[in-house]
Write a new protein. Structure first.
Lengths: 396, 396
């Protein structure tokens, strides 16, 4: 029986690909430092659990397709604090940032369309875009340039008559790149000039380590018809398991079309939306401790990487990832060796291999993404293991 | 800016279309009997809320893309009770039956493909199928024949070289039709003979009023490579707001392809999955009271409808819907009149209009779907209002 050729062209998650080998290593008694998944270890605020325990409606009924008012209003209050006024109809609750992306892409892209994305990019973008029948036109970036892409000529070289949208993540996954306000404005102006939507994945907005300036593309009124913002409670409040996000746009046609997807899946979970409202209403000082901790982890990770001969990386300004080029030909092969043949005092490491983060065939083969979502002493030890392993691997 | 032409061909939900007019009527002080949405008023079992309150993990982390074992195992135990042995890998938790359908359709259908569905059918099927680039080939059924479709010649007349799958809902929404075991086997055998997948939407499995026989297409081992079952806690346990469902298949290729969607959206909510496990483990006697109540409502609704001259309907065997043909030309116009111009002692009714449940243009215009999810005295009164309204409407 024939299945969808579009689904066939999609890929399984590169972050989860090595799990069976990791499980086998664990079964042999090996301890693994997990640097492969952006799952924060920070405690979820108690307000979330209190909201769960206090849910009192005897019938757990459908939320409206357009979301629960308490949650939508908490999102609106949050944006008001950074100078953005949102109407009720401009905020659509979703099943995490993931569904916000799925529905946005399904609403914008047709067969044969192209979407411009700086590479390396979050690999899950590929699935939604392929299912829409569209393709990614990557803007190449390079570790040596700190994964820089906000340059008019460089972006415009990727725009053609099939281009419908630009998608960018700032702070970035996997690079940790953060656009300056000038760079963000440049990207928005390119979108406007070429009559394109610009999807701004801002789920890491609070995780910028050299600034307290909360930046959103929604703050630029001039580009409001072009901007679609993806947001989520997952990383921000260490509530990945809630699956609560939001898609925001002031473009009325987009919001009316995306509602068709929202109605097709009826609603997002009622209790999780209410509990997420409690998160958005936390005092912003909540982030101070969290940011301090991630900053320490980042610095520990970068110090460890810089002590390894042949490793290339730049200090990321935000999010909780580092992209690094290793002195190996094939990071996939190195990872397999780390799990199947190597250990240092019974310990090894698991990262995400770089290739699936690229759209250009062949790129990223020697790169890896490290998620610094484990504590600083563990990161320090993991970087020591990486150093020892690279020496051994390259002297086999 | 151009948006997706596929999304443009999708429709907004017919069940929610009249909400603004209903809100306006309410604002004028009119009481509305809501017969338009399948939202049960039955209390959600306490086990669900206890599980919410007892969630103890300090970090609300991602569930695996393949779901939480406690929930998957509760589903497996449930099916074991009706004679179906399921492997862990054959059960994939989803965001309600809705996402199970979205991902199944995206996994099976390509541009130009066709899927055979008896009409009238649940309108949300249309959105997922259109987004996949495929079209619905409806099997026509008629109220006079009790919406019967399980006939070899009738089904095969709809199968051609573009057909990839059959989709059926039993017990049915909107008809309340229930396939007999012979009819189910016939449908499965047609799928097998023509090398088609058969998607069996079984979310109303427990709601059959003249039998305690729990039927699932998974019980027919011979057709296991063809069968995909959609299931959900929403209706079964009156837990629509949980958004927890499941897609089940013994076809390994399908399960491996559908996993790409599962990984793309990362996970379904952790707490809701755990709480749903508690629901599946309820004693089956839980359904006795619930079924008795729905049976009373069905009988009340049918008695009311049969007392109205010119109304055609059949007593449905299952689910909680009745499809009825009214002595009007255009149910849409009648509904608008009911909300804008009519009341009986300050009361009126809201149903779902029939046309969007059909794939054949022009069909269903004089039909309506009634959801008997409100209590029996209210249903009795609603049917009285319908009778009075039809008289007035037809003698304007």
């Amino acid at each position: 029986m024939k299945l969808s050729s579009k689904m066939d062209r999609c890929r399984l998650s590169p972050m989860r690909k090595f799990n069976p080998y990791a499980d086998a290593a664990k079964a042999r008694g090996i301890k693994i430092y997990h640097l492969n998944i952006g799952q924060p270890d920070v405690a979820t605020p108690k307000a979330y659990y209190e909201a769960l325990a206090n849910y009192a409606d005897p019938v757990l009924s459908y939320a409206p397709s357009s979301g629960i008012n308490e949650y939508v209003d908490s999102v609106r209050r949050y944006f008001k604090r950074i100078g953005v006024e949102l109407e009720r109809s401009e905020v659509l609750p979703t099943m995490g940032g993931s569904e916000a992306l799925q529905m946005t892409i399904a609403t914008l892209l047709d067969d044969g369309d192209e979407i411009v994305i700086p590479e390396p990019f979050y690999p899950n973008y590929h699935t939604s875009i392929t299912l829409a029948g569209a393709t990614i036109r990557p803007i190449p970036t390079y570790v040596e340039e700190g994964y820089f892409y906000a340059d008019k000529a460089r972006v415009e070289a990727c725009i053609n008559e099939n281009t419908r949208a630009i998608l960018m993540t700032s702070p970035g996954n996997p690079t940790g790149n953060v656009l300056s306000r000038e760079e963000l404005q440049l990207m928005l102006s390119i979108a406007k000039e070429h009559n394109l939507f610009i999807i701004c994945d801002e789920v890491y907005r609070e995780f910028v380590y050299d600034s307290d300036d909360l930046v959103s593309a929604l703050q630029y009124e001039e580009y409001k018809d072009n901007v679609i913002v993806i947001d989520s409670v997952s990383k921000r409040f260490s509530a990945c398991g809630a699956r609560v996000g939001v898609v925001i746009s002031k473009n009325k046609e987009f919001m009316s079309q995306v509602m068709k997807w929202a109605q097709c899946r009826l609603a997002t979970p009622s209790v999780d939306q209410l509990a997420s409202a409690a998160l958005y209403d936390l005092d912003p000082s909540y982030f101070d401790e969290v940011k301090k901790e991630y900053c320490l982890r980042r610095d520990t990770c970068i110090a460890g990487l810089q002590a390894i001969p042949g490793v290339k990386c730049r200090t990321p300004r935000g999010a909780f990832y580092v992209m690094a080029a290793l002195p190996v030909e094939d990071a996939d092969d190195f990872q397999m060796w780390l799990l199947n043949e190597f250990d240092d005092n019974g310990e090894t490491i698991l990262f995400a291999c770089g290739e699936p983060f690229y759209g250009t065939p062949g790129r990223g083969k020697n790169e890896i993404r490290i998620a610094y979502t484990i504590n600083a002493p563990d990161i320090k030890r993991a970087m020591e293991i990486l150093k020892i392993a690279l020496e051994k691997y390259n002297n086999r």
